[in-house]
Design a protein. Sequence first.
Length: 415
Amino acid sequence: MSSALEAVVAAALVAAVLIFAIVRPRGLSEIVAALPAAGLALLVGLVSIQDAWAQVLELLPTVVFLAFILVLAHLADALGVFAWMASVMGRTAKGSPHRLLTAVFVAAAVTTAVLSLDATVVLLTPAVIGAARSLKMSARPHSYATAHLSNSASTLLPVSNLTNLLAFTATGLTFVHFAALMALPWLVTIAIEFAVFWFFFRGDLRRTESVAAPERVAAPTAALCVLGATLAGFAVAGLFHIEPFWVAAVGSFALAVPALKAGYTVPRRIVWAADPKFCGFVLLLGIVVEGVTSGPIGGWLSGLLPAEASFMNLLATAAIAAVAANVVNNLPATLMLLAAFGPSAPPGLLLAMVIGVNLGPNLTYVGSLAIMLWRRVGAENQEPADLGTFTVLGAITTPLTIIGAVAALWVSLLI
């Protein structure tokens, strides 16, 4: 097979898997398309068995972490963390839609940073919609806030997003150093998003009628302490080169014991929460994408990426990553870009790539799996997404947040 034909076939396989993942005909899992695509990539020689195995081994710690963080989020929900957050948001609002939006931004930013973007989309979004409706306010701006912040607020910690974890190892940074460099970009991004939302949804944020504050829900103190200890554990584990999934596993076990004992969940639901099919999909997608990165497309991408971490190079890297995320989705885009950068890329460029693949997906429905999932969650809660609203809002926020975040990263690197 010629190199040109190999590139076409490899790109077609990636496209087929992603289209299937977006459409999900008859609700079938993404792995239904990823498995035969990976098998075909091996069969026609796009990827060797040795390279495929190496890719799986490289991705495995990240995927195991993903499974445990999903379990952690499920157990936090079972123990009442998100019900408590909804109560706090409702009481904090004091009848003001603007106050509720502020509370939602804080809750979504913290949830995304600590429990990952999937927890924000799957667990916080229904709580936010319910809180808005209980106060007889429009749920629209608050629902879109969880969607945007599931991407925008996922740049802070290595554990906030699967893309971060993939890049984290390549940077060679510690957990604390990664967080320190990304703290200012994270804050700037959220501030820009908040300002745009305040103006964009000004019609929805008008006070309508006064209603009684929701009942106070007791804080799940034990669960919150375990989550705090888990977060601290991520930072400490990095100093001793311990994989984050071990910390997530311990945190999950600490929450699972009281949740199972009290009957708030059952073993089957915990296993289901880990989403084994999606985890398998990520591993198989890595094999399919390897067929692209090891061919002419990967070589072209390597030549396109800058080699030094100047401000303009950081901005160019973030822009390339944002475009790639909206063309092939942020997860395969991250795999492709990491392979194109190679093992000696400056950490600053890799962090700029993280900004691009995390903030870029707010521009289109297909940019990240989180947005696809948010659309389903919104529809299930009678708050369906509107393509026009999402696109216009994304067209405003995406370039502003990328430029602001890159500028903040440049300052952080200088400091």
